[in-house]
Design a protein around this ligand. Structure first.
Ligand SMILES: O=C(CO)[C@H](O)[C@H](O)COP(=O)(O)O
Length: 266
């Protein structure tokens, strides 16, 4: 179901693709930025939030809009008695600063609804997550929820999982090179390249997750095929903590694109 985009939130941009003076030019077309599309998807997802719910709060630039929106509705008195379960230290910090009451899975093991972004979404609503590095906490919280709403702009839609960038795997730091090598061998026939994620600094130090682990990013040249088999094989490797394939977990995916918002249900 495609719903036309709501009025723009934030800045408006007009695209004059054929040039403003061309007699053949079509009327100016409204172009939304990627961040505006993320915000539209996030606001749509927050419509699922009801007073009294325990909410999994996702991580990343799309989920950040949802957390902001939940806080706004709390402050306006339109939502009451919400408890947020953050999926990362960063989201914890954001929610805390916005005054959202917080808890964790130890105290609230049953989560009513989680809202989070994704890096890739296939036509069966399987996901790649974790390019922001929070895959372990995200998977723990999102597998404990009744409803998992994924929010993306249309650039995240893929023909198959692994088609458009890294598939992250969280590994313990102990002998990470060994784990990296084993992961690459595992997907030899898919032309896999395994690469330790760096923290982006000049020193080239590894990126360290909220759980004190490293991330090995897998890049595939070919389709990896049976996703469940791939998932099981990765998780069987000693040294692996979790991977970023979220298979069969999303109950709803909200996609914001130039032509409107699409809500896909499992
Ligand atoms: O999985 C994630 C973090 O671990 C994010 O949800 C994912 O990377 C999408 O991020 P963004 O909304 O910034 O595109």
């Amino acid at each position: 179901m495609a719903i036309p985009c709501p009025p723009l939130i934030g800045s408006e941009k007009l695209s004059m693709e054929a040039g403003p003076l061309s007699p053949l030019s079509s009327p100016p077309r409204l172009v939304l930025t990627q961040d505006e599309l993320k915000k539209i998807a996030a606001y749509k997802a927050v419509e699922f939030v009801k007073s009294g719910m325990v909410i999994g709060l996702g991580t990343g630039s799309t989920a950040k809009h949802a957390v902001d929106r939940i806080a706004d509705l709390l402050h306006q008195g339109k939502l009451k008695n919400i408890i947020g379960i953050p999926t990362s230290k960063k989201t914890h910090q954001q929610a805390l600063s916005l005054g959202i009451p917080l808890s964790d899975l130890n105290s609230h093991p049953n989560v009513d609804l989680a809202i989070d972004g994704a890096d890739e979404v296939d036509s069966d609503l399987n996901l790649v997550k974790g390019r922001g590095g929070s895959l372990l906490r995200e998977k723990m919280i999102e597998s404990a929820c009744t409803k998992f709403v994924v929010i993306v702009d249309e650039s995240k839609l893929v023909s198959h999982i692994g088609a458009n960038g890294a598939m992250p795997v969280e590994v313990v730091p102990f002998c990470w090179k060994f784990s990296q090598e084993r992961l690459q061998q595992l997907f030899y026939y898919s032309g896999c390249m395994a690469k330790l994620r760096s923290n982006g600094g000049e020193n080239g130090e590894p990126f360290v997750t909220d759980n004190g682990n490293y991330i090995v990013d897998l890049f595939f040249k070919k389709d990896i095929g049976d996703l469940r088999a791939a998932s099981d094989a990765i998780l069987r490797l000693p040294g692996v903590v979790e991977h970023g394939m979220f298979l069969g977990m999303a109950t709803t995916v909200i996609v914001a694109g130039e032509l409107g918002v699409t809500v896909k249900n499992k």
